[in-house]
Design a protein around this ligand. Structure first.
Ligand SMILES: C/C=C/C(=O)SCCNC(=O)CCNC(=O)[C@H](O)C(C)(C)COP(=O)(O)OP(=O)(O)OC[C@H]1O[C@@H](n2cnc3c(N)ncnc32)[C@H](O)[C@@H]1OP(=O)(O)O
Ligand SMILES: NC(=O)C1=CN([C@@H]2O[C@H](COP(=O)(O)OP(=O)(O)OC[C@H]3O[C@@H](n4cnc5c(N)ncnc54)[C@H](OP(=O)(O)O)[C@@H]3O)[C@@H](O)[C@H]2O)C=CC1
Length: 447
């Protein structure tokens, strides 16, 4: 039995759940990995010069044992997230430390502590097997998976599963991720695949869409409301392309920051009107490595006021981190919110705290999303209210190049990866719904 037989079953319109359940599973499958014995390969290099194409491998790996509450999924397509860039450059830490720590927690978790790490935190595919205790999903179900892995043995996570002490990001802090032909997930990561999308379109939003939903819309994040001025950094990037859509769909007013004409045009096509090209306008928030320039914060704020008719920002959607955080805190209105989920340009932030406390602003830390938030974000995709922002798709063996593009900010929106899917465009079930949204679905394609 090989993965080819699995693909044939997925492509056959006559396959039943029983057929999938009866399919023998292969002993091994192809997966994108990083190797434990290479974690020092970039020592001494600047972050920018660490090249994912050198550390990312395509290996044959053995199929992991299936445990209680888990599912094995045939992955048709996945996507590249920035967390896979971090894994591949071993920053800020090697992810093998996470796998070792997880492996120490239980006999079953030991499976994850291997000399290779199968990465990837998105997938669209078909359930092959479910473990004991799984009743909501069955072989043959077409699914996407969100990337929150929790144990929920402690009381801490029972109001909000992101607060579970054993909360991990699948394919980053756990093994057996989505950039592979088969993935191992907990069954409470599974959600229905939006039926009007192809496999690669369905795999694209997952991680970033859920994160943007919690960070911007959810009461656990900024709780955006109609009319809010929302400053969105990287508005045509992974997170930003969903934050911009949420702002527009929710009646808010996105102020989109991008770094080129091309990206500004994408934001206009999404429906945004207030756009700042940070490159063309040449903001330099730092005079040197240690000193910020408040005059530049002010120039940036003035530009925002020009675009909003004199208003300041209610919510900043932050993720660049060190480079922008001082400016983000400054331009937020009295009582406004800076919500942050990342620090791409550096995690030791510096800002003038007087502007925070004197103007009663709040900084909210946000990380991925709980199952309910991920479900709600996926539901909006399924209803055609929010659309995938897939720009380009790579073959599984070219994942290194795909990660390189994201690391070097050469991409737009999301970059997809075909795993078992032999070509793009497969897996669409509701053609009528798709036809209604086709322009929006293709908005980021081939730019
Ligand atoms: C969905 C996609 C998401 C993304 O893309 S996010 C971007 C990618 N992710 C990242 O860049 C994050 C990577 N992760 C990290 O950098 C690290 O993962 C953290 C900084 C988040 C945590 O670091 P750690 O070393 O794992 O922290 P500790 O083990 O919790 O703490 C170290 C020691 O400090 C002790 N400690 C913790 N809190 C306290 C306290 N409040 N008072 C006293 N001690 C404390 C602990 O117990 C432990 O101690 P002991 O070393 O002895 O085990
Ligand atoms: N905690 C969480 O749950 C999550 C965290 N993340 C993290 O968020 C970050 C962004 O992820 P994602 O959106 O997918 O990545 P992308 O690279 O797809 O998009 C980020 C965009 O941010 C802009 N940007 C990058 N650097 C800077 C800078 N120095 N100053 C201003 N703008 C900048 C760029 O847009 P432009 O050049 O057009 O301005 C870029 O396209 C990553 O660090 C990632 O690890 C992501 C998802 C979930």
């Amino acid at each position: 039995m090989t993965v080819k037989d699995i693909l044939a079953a997925i492509q056959s319109p006559d396959s039943t759940s029983e057929d999938f359940a009866a399919l023998p599973l292969p002993e091994s499958y192809r997966a994108i990995t990083v190797h434990k014995d290479e974690t020092e390969m970039f020592a001494g290099l600047a972050t920018r010069d660490k090249d994912p194409r050198k550390s990312i491998h395509l290996d044959d790996v053995p199929l992991p044992e299936l445990g209680p509450g888990e599912a094995l999924v045939a992955v048709m397509a996945s996507s590249v997230n920035y967390n896979s860039v971090w894994t591949s450059i071993f920053e800020p830490l090697s992810t093998f430390g996470f796998l070792e720590r997880y492996g120490r927690t239980s006999e079953l978790a030991k499976r994850h502590d291997l000399p290779y790490h199968i990465i990837g935190s998105d997938l669209a595919g078909v359930v092959l097997r479910t473990g004991p205790g799984v009743n909501s999903w069955k072989p043959g179900d077409e699914v996407v998976a969100h990337c929150l892995s929790v144990e929920l043995e402690s009381s801490d996570g029972h109001n909000d599963t992101m607060l579970d002490p054993e909360q991990r990001i699948w394919g980053f802090e756990t093994n057996f991720g989505g950039l592979a032909e088969i993935a191992l997930v907990k069954s409470n990561q599974l959600m229905p695949k939006p039926d009007h999308l192809s496999w690669e379109e369905a795999a694209a939003p997952g991680l970033v869409n859920s994160t943007a939903y919690r960070q911007l819309v959810s009461r656990n994040g900024a709780g955006m409301k109609q009319g809010d001025n929302v400053l969105i950094w990287g508005a045509s990037g992974g997170l930003g392309s969903y934050a911009t859509q949420f702002a527009l769909a929710g009646g808010a007013n996105p102020i989109c920051v991008v770094s080129s004409d091309q990206k500004a045009e994408i934001c206009r096509k999404m429906g945004a009107e207030a756009i700042i090209d940070r490159n063309a306008e040449g903001y330099k928030f730092w005079k040197d490595e240690n000193t910020q320039d408040p005059k530049e914060w002010k120039r940036f704020g003035k530009r925002i006021r020009e675009l909003t008719g004199g208003e300041d920002i209610d919510i900043v959607f932050e993720h660049p981190g060190r480079e922008t955080f001082g400016a983000s805190v400054f331009v937020t209105r009295k009582g406004g919110t800076i919500t942050t989920c990342a620090s791409t340009s550096g995690y030791m932030h510096q800002y003038d705290n007087r502007y925070l406390w004197m103007s009663l602003k709040r900084i909210i830390g946000s990380h991925f999303a709980n199952y309910r938030e991920a479900w709600e974000a996926n539901r909006l995709i399924a209803k055609g209210k929010i659309h995938p922002t897939l720009s380009k798709t790579y073959a599984l063996e070219d994942t290194g190049q795909a990660a390189y593009d994201v690391h070097r900010n050469l991409h737009q929106g999301k970059v997809g990866v075909l795993c078992l899917a032999p070509e793009e465009g497969l897996g669409v079930r509701d053609h009528e719904k798709r036809a209604k949204h086709i322009d929006a679905i293709n908005r980021f394609r081939n730019i």
